[in-house]
Ligand binder design. Structure first.
Ligand code: FEO
Ligand code: CA
Ligand code: CA
Ligand code: CA
Length: 641
């Protein structure tokens, strides 16, 4: 579509794209173009809105910092006027009297009380509980997986599963899950309170309760748990969320790599296949523990791929797998307290052509009584998203007995619906997406954003209105607009929202990408492969990326306006060292610190001796270590203010 004076007018008068769509109507545009053209037309239309720079005055970002010049080397880098200090790294001590990390001494026993590997989602939980303290709190961090090729000598990524010793596998099992560390800021420097009684590791061995509809389902029963209600451990903890009652949700993003053994003869073979369980035993676990051998424990996989609720303020509490939120490769579980008191959780299922989900609790939460949050996530309505070309988003309920989710279709009851959520969503006609990663709500506008990181498998015939580029190597961000108004007025329980494509990522200089950043985006500002999101207290988006190394640029963190003249204009704030992705961005309540996980530094190396960085210690004979950094302004003021 050619640009028109109307396009120009809309952009320079700061008209939100929602209004542009309502007024000029993508709907009528698409109708006139014909429904079958929806996918391509939507892309062309949005693209045209961003291609008016020849006529427009350069937009000014509201993010007040001097953009980092793009750089990709063995160090991390942050914009001028800022510092990015390591707060806690893999192997760091979390108990009184422990010595500093020594790579030659680390084993499963020592790892059990030390910070885990490959940090991802971060929640800053203020101390005391319920406060808005920004100098003291619990850093709750997912430890998604391990990178044996840069943890051990002579170990390529491909051979690790077969080659690791029992001791190495045991160490890896202790290094994943979740880490809770008390941290405190003094004179602008964050440090771990090493002897805090609240410090805690959660691993592949930690006992967990299974609750909600799938608890006790026959397909969750194993030889060690004939009741199907007590699981052991968690893995692939990717992104997550925080509840209004002060618990952390950690997402299990698919345990399929964790299992070995054949699925042949398993009556649930089709379900295992849909969830990617191919017996790859990528981490060698099945060789040493029958629990991970699907031939011996065919139901064990069903006890993973859930959302797990952890109370970080109660170090002896038992984590709970909340099955009402469905079983999938959970990336995110962003929580919103709706204006009517019901609690809403948005979730992405990070796999090719998987879906975006929403859960709405049946009961209401009473902020005056935090105990009312207990078990609130066990009952409610799970729905899956269908994005129509006319700009309407419809949430389709995954409710047993409705819309074909019946015994005849293989769903005996709601426990089967949540356990096989992907298959149920197929029946409902949900929109297949380009790998949904994080979701986040803008606290100021109430709009919800879902990140599609990339999808190399999508071909022309599989495009749809919300996933518009064949072989999408760059990713995009979808914007969802609940009805009811901005901020707290937004109704996150409505059946229908409006939606839009916020940005299509990619290098704007390369027209084959079709990227749609603001035309005023700099050489340093564009990004690829968005993964995690967060918002600052002013409602500006911060995006972390995973995959930019394939484009020979660093993964990092970008601030982006979602409103105003600079909507869709990213600015580079932080760059990772070689091989690392940035993940888990999280602000303190006052916006003065942005915590970021630097995950898998040097992981691109074939073997440890070829590691291009030993970040962050750079010690001869040492190891690269994933770590959480704290980004702060040198003067201590709010980030980007
Ligand atoms: Fe763990 Fe989807 O990244
Ligand atoms: Ca991720
Ligand atoms: Ca997030
Ligand atoms: Ca990712």
């Amino acid at each position: 579509m050619n640009k028109t004076p109307d396009d120009l007018h809309n952009r320079v008068t700061n008209k939100p794209m929602r209004d542009i769509i309502a007024d000029r109507s993508r709907r009528s545009f698409l109708k006139s173009a014909g429904a079958t053209l929806g996918a391509v037309a939507a892309q062309g239309f949005v693209g045209s809105l961003f291609s008016t720079q020849a006529y427009a005055k350069a937009a000014q970002s509201s993010l007040q910092f001097t953009e980092l010049t793009r750089i990709y080397d063995k160090m991390h880098h942050v914009a001028d006027g800022y510092k990015a200090d390591v707060v806690v790294a893999w192997g760091d001590a979390m108990k009184a009297g422990q010595e500093a990390f020594d790579p030659t001494k680390i084993d499963a026993a020592t790892q059990a009380d030390r910070f885990g590997y490959n940090c991802d989602f971060i929640a800053f939980m203020p101390l005391p509980r319920g406060s808005q303290t920004s100098d003291h709190g619990l850093l709750c961090v997912n430890n998604e997986y391990v990178s044996p090729n840069v943890m051990f000598a002579d170990m390529t990524e491909d051979e690790a599963g077969a080659k690791m010793t029992e001791a190495q596998v045991a160490l890896c099992n202790m290094a994943i899950g979740h880490s809770i560390v008390e941290i405190i800021r003094k004179d602008g420097v964050w440090s771990v309170v090493q002897d805090s009684p609240l410090n805690r590791r959660i691993t592949l061995d930690t006992p967990m309760t299974i609750s909600g509809p799938a608890a006790g389902n026959a397909h969750l029963k194993t030889s060690s748990d004939p009741t199907g209600t007590m699981a052991k451990g968690t893995t692939y903890n990717c992104s997550g969320g925080v509840t209004p009652w002060g618990t952390v949700l950690t997402c299990e993003e698919g345990a399929s790599d964790t299992f070995g053994g054949v699925t042949e003869g398993n009556p649930e073979a089709a379900v295992l296949e849909r969830y990617g369980y191919d017996g790859s035993d990528y981490y060698g676990r099945a060789r040493f523990d029958a629990r991970f051998d699907m031939a011996k424990e065919p139901n064990e996989p069903n006890r993973f791929d859930w959302v797990v609720e952890i109370d970080p303020y109660e170090p002896n509490s038992t984590p709970v797998k909340r099955t009402a939120l469905g079983r999938m490769s959970h990336e995110a579980s962003t929580v919103v307290l709706n204006k009517d008191g019901r609690v809403v959780v948005y979730m992405g299922d990070d796999d090719y052509f998987e879906y975006v989900y929403r859960f709405v609790t049946e009961a209401k939460y009473d902020p005056a009584n935090p105990a009312s949050g207990k078990d609130l996530l066990d009952a409610g309505t799970l729905s899956v998203a269908r994005y129509d070309a006319d700009g309407t988003l419809t949430w389709l309920p995954l409710t047993h007995g409705t819309a074909g989710l019946t015994a005849d279709a293989g769903f005996a009851d709601q426990s089967d619906v949540v356990r096989k959520a992907r298959l149920a969503a197929d029946i409902l006609g949900a929109t297949p997406m380009d790998r949904p990663e994080d979701m986040e709500t803008n606290p100021v506008t109430g709009r919800v954003y879902a990140v599609m990181t990339k999808n190399k498998k999508i071909t022309q015939d599989k495009l749809n209105a919300a996933n518009t580029r064949p072989e999408n190597l760059w990713g995009h961000i979808v914007e969802m607009i609940p009805p009811g108004g901005a901020g707290v007025d937004a109704d996150h329980t409505a059946e229908k929202y409006e939606w839009d494509l916020f940005v299509l990522a990619g290098n704007p200089k390369d027209p084959t990408t079709g990227s749609t950043f603001s035309p005023d985006t700099s050489e340093n500002g564009w990004f690829v492969n968005p993964d995690n999101l967060t918002f600052d207290p002013k409602g500006r988006m911060f995006v972390s990326t995973d995959g930019a190394n394939d484009f020979d640029i660093a993964d990092g963190v970008y601030g982006v306006d979602t409103e105003g003249p600079a909507r869709g204009l990213p600015k580079l704030l932080f760059a990772c060292p070689i091989g690392a992705e940035a993940s888990g961005p999280c602000f303190t309540p006052d916006g003065t610190t942005l915590f970021v996980s630097v995950q898998h530094p040097a992981e691109n190396a074939e073997t440890l001796d070829k590691a291009e960085t030993l970040w962050p210690d750079f010690k001869e004979g040492g190891l690269p270590r994933p770590a959480v950094v704290a980004i702060q302004r040198n003067d201590g003021a709010e980030v980007a203010s």
